[in-house]
Design a protein around this ligand. Structure first.
Ligand code: NAD
Ligand code: UDP
Length: 373
C-alpha cells in the first residue's frame, strides 16, 4: 500500500525538492508549512512536475487554530495571483494527523538563518525547539514514530573543524560547543530525538548536511531568494547578472588554500537522493529483542560530497561557467564563521550506498540557466 508521509516545511527550498523524489517513488505526501520563509509559488512549480497539487495545510507549528501569519506579512495577494484554491487554512497539527494515517514524518520546518539566530536567539529556540517538541508529542499521540530530521554540520564541536590533524567531521565526533544559536537548536533537537529513540521507540534518520546548492534540473523549482541573498551561490549569481555590484567576501586571513573560507557544497538533488536512501535503510525490517512496537533506532549520517571549496575557488568556477566577471571586495568577517567546514561522507557511502554525484560545474551551470533567463 502507498505510504503516507507528512512533510513539515515543505514549501521551503529543500522540502520542495524532496517531494519530487517522494512522489516519483509513489508515496503520498501531505504538506504543512506556515509560509514564514516560503510562498505558495512552490506548489505551482511542483504541479508543473507532478501534474497535480499535493495536499497542503497552512499549519503553523507554533499555533493551533490562529490566523495565518501570511496575512500579517501581506502575502495574500500572492495567493490570489496563483489562484491556489485547495489550501486548507488554519488547521491544527492534530487535525491533520487525525485525517491521515502517516507512516513517516520528514521535519524540515525550521528557522534557518544563522545571522538572524544570533540576533534573535530566543525566537529560534522557541520556533525550532519548543514547537518541534509539540510535533513529537503529536507524533507520539498518533503512534507515528518514524522521522527523518534535517540536522546540520553546525552540531559538531567547532574544535573538530579546527583540529588540523583531523579536519573533517565524522559521525562519532563530539557534538557540542556550537558557534551560533541555530546550531544549538539542531544540537538540542538531536539529543531529544536520541532519547526518544531509546525511551519511546522513535526510529530516526538524523541527517547532517550543510551548504546545499542549486536546483532540480527541470529548473521549475529553485532557490529563489527574493531579497538580497545571504548564501554564497545565489549572491554570486546575482553579481553575474549585475543585479548586485560586488560579492562581499567575509575576510581572508584563514589558514586555507587561498585564505578564504572553505565549505563543502552539495547539489540539492544529490541531497534528496541521500534522504531517500536513509529512508529505505531505516524502514528496512530489523531484528529486535524488544519486539517490533518498541524498537527504537537513531542513525546519524553526514550527507556531504567530501570536497572543500574556498570562496575564491567558487568565484573562479562561476566565472568559467557564466563567462562573466565576478567582482568582489573583502569585508569584515562574520563572527560565527569557521575557516574550514567539511565532513566525511564515508558512513553514508558504506551503509546507504549513497554518494554525491553531481559536479560543482554542473550545479553552477543549472544555476546559471535559471539566473540567465
Ligand atoms: P527553508 O527556510 O527554505 O524551509 C523551511 C520551511 O519551514 C519554510 O517553508 C518555512 O516557512 C517553514 N517553517 C518555519 N517555521 C515554521 C513553523 N513554525 N511552522 C510551519 N512551518 C514553518 O529552509 P531549507 O533550506 O529548505 O531547510 C530545510 C531544513 O534543512 C531546515 O530544517 C534547515 O535547518 C535544514 N538545513 C538546511 C541547510 C541549508 O543550507 N539550506 C543546511 C543544513 C540543514
Ligand atoms: N560568504 C561570503 N560572502 C557572502 C556569502 C557567503 O564570503 O556574501 C562565505 C561565508 O563566509 C562562508 C561561505 O561563503 O564561508 C558559504 O557561506 P553561506 O552563507 O552560503 O553558507 P554557510 O557556510 O555560512 O552556511
Amino acid at each position: 500500500m502507498k505510504k503516507t508521509i507528512l512533510i513539515t516545511g515543505w514549501t521551503g527550498y529543500i522540502g520542495s525538492h524532496w517531494v519530487v523524489a517522494f512522489e516519483q517513488a509513489w508515496y503520498k505526501t501531505v504538506i504543512v508549512d506556515n509560509l514564514v520563509n516560503s510562498s505558495l509559488k512552490s506548489l505551482d512549480w511542483i504541479e508543473k512536475i507532478l501534474w497535480y497539487k499535493p495536499d497542503f495545510y497552512n499549519v503553523d507549528l507554533r499555533t493551533s487554530l490562529q490566523p495565518s501569519p501570511l496575512e500579517e506579512r501581506g502575502q495574500v495577494e500572492k495567493i490570489n495571483y496563483i489562484d491556489w484554491k485547495e489550501v486548507k487554512w488554519n488547521f491544527s497539527l492534530e487535525e491533520v494527523f487525525k485525517k491521515y494515517g502517516f507512516d513517516w514524518v520528514i521535519h524540515f520546518a525550521w528557522l534557518k538563518a544563522v545571522w538572524e539566530s544570533c540576533e534573535k536567539p530566543l525566537e529560534y529556540f522557541d520556533n525550532n525547539i519548543v514547537w518541534t517538541i509539540k510535533l513529537f508529542e503529536v507524533m507520539e499521540k498518533f503512534w507515528v514514530k518514524n522521522i527523518i530530521f534535517s540536522s546540520s554540520a553546525t552540531v559538531y564541536d567547532s574544535r573538530v573543524y579546527e583540529d588540523k590533524n583531523f579536519s573533517w567531521a565524522v559521525e562519532t565526533d563530539l557534538t557540542w560547543n556550537t558557534t551560533n544559536p541555530y546550531g544549538t537548536t539542531k544540537f538540542i533537537t538531536e539529543q531529544i530525538l536520541r532519547d526518544l529513540s531509546s525511551f519511546s521507540g522513535f526510529r530516526v534518520a538524523n541527517l547532517r548536511y550543510f551548504n546545499p546548492i542549486w536546483a532540480h534540473e527541470s529548473w521549475v523549482i529553485w532557490e529563489d531568494p527574493a531579497w538580497i541573498p545571504n548564501n554564497l551561490l545565489p549572491y554570486i549569481m546575482k553579481v553575474a547578472t549585475w543585479e548586485l555590484e560586488k560579492l562581499k567576501v567575509f575576510w581572508w586571513d584563514y589558514p586555507t588554500i587561498d585564505w578564504t573560507w572553505v565549505r563543502d557544497y552539495i547539489d540539492v538533488v544529490d541531497l534528496i537522493e541521500g534522504h531517500l536512501k536513509s529512508y529505505e535503510k531505516i524502514t528496512s525490517p530489523q531484528p529486535s529483542p524488544l519486539g517490533e512496537r518498541e524498537q527504537g533506532q537513531f542513525e546519524v549520517y553526514n550527507l556531504w560530497v567530501g570536497r572543500g571549496i574556498s570562496v575564491l575557488e567558487m568565484v573562479e568556477v562561476a566565472r568559467k561557467v557564466t563567462w562573466k566577471e565576478i567582482s568582489y571586495e573583502i569585508v569584515e568577517r562574520r563572527s560565527w564563521d569557521l575557516a574550514e567546514v567539511y565532513c566525511n561522507p564515508n558512513k553514508a557511502k558504506k551503509e546507504l550506498n549513497w554518494e554525491a554525484k553531481i559536479s560543482l560545474e554542473d550545479s553552477l551551470k543549472n544555476s546559471w540557466k535559471f539566473y540567465n533567463k
